[in-house]
Design a protein around this ligand. Structure first.
Ligand code: GTP
Ligand code: MG
Length: 205
């Protein structure tokens, strides 16, 4: 699938104020600084569509983008940002959990994970929570350019083995991306395209 149009629609903290449409939706979630906003820009081939920063905590709101006039891509704030106050963390957790629990249009989440790290409890816990709430998700490893192929493979294997040993009987779809080298976005778009087709078949106009 080619992205021929990508436009910002609205930002907010209230899921009830998200666009009132019935088109399929996909959301990027993951730790602060993992590269969610950068990946959105890479996928849309637009440099500054979503705001990015080398400092964690840049994205603070639920941001809707309309792609090809027929589906939404959502850039969410990151979790696990240590410098946010406890009250803010709670507020954040609430609106993000409300988003995932209430947003009926959400077809699938993409959980972004920095490929450089060992399996992190915060990510494994979030996967568990998605599973408990019946929210389909894929895993997207980011910043692949930072590692050599052998190290990439080793880290992905560590993650998948940990998942299979602790929580999951089978693995979700897995993507490997680099926003620096602009790799991996085609595969994500092909996957979204196939989910969009299923969505249209099960939700005819
Ligand atoms: P929050 O909005 O704070 O949750 O962060 P985010 O997950 O949206 O991360 P963002 O896209 O703002 O990127 C964080 C930093 O990582 C920026 O300095 C990006 O340039 C950098 N970055 C993102 N993706 C990649 C990548 O694939 N490779 C490299 N080398 N750097 C990346
Ligand atoms: Mg961001």
């Amino acid at each position: 699938m080619q992205v021929h149009s990508a436009t910002f629609i609205i930002s907010n903290t209230d899921v009830s104020k998200c666009p009132n449409t019935s088109i399929p939706e996909y959301a990027f979630i993951g730790r602060s600084n993992v590269g969610k906003s950068s990946l959105l820009n890479t996928i849309c081939k637009k440099k500054n569509l979503a705001k990015t920063s080398s400092r964690p905590g840049k994205t603070q709101l639920i941001n809707h983008f309309l792609i090809n006039k027929n589906w939404h891509l959502v850039d969410l704030p990151g979790f696990g940002y240590a410098r946010v106050s406890k009250t803010d963390k709670k507020k954040f957790q609430k609106f993000i959990t409300n988003y995932f629990k209430q947003r009926k249009q959400l077809v699938s989440a993409f959980l972004l994970i920095d490929i450089r790290h060992e399996p992190q409890p915060i990510d494994l816990n979030f996967m568990q929570w998605l599973g408990e709430n019946y929210i389909p998700f894929s895993i997207v490893f980011t910043k692949a350019d930072k590692l050599k192929p052998a190290a990439r493979k080793r880290n992905i294997n560590n993650y998948t083995s940990e998942m299979l040993e602790t929580q999951w009987e089978e693995l979700p779809p897995i993507f490997i991306t680099s926003s620096l080298h602009k790799t991996g976005s085609e595969e994500i778009l092909t996957y979204i395209n196939s989910l969009n087709k299923d969505f249209t078949e099960t939700n005819p106009l």
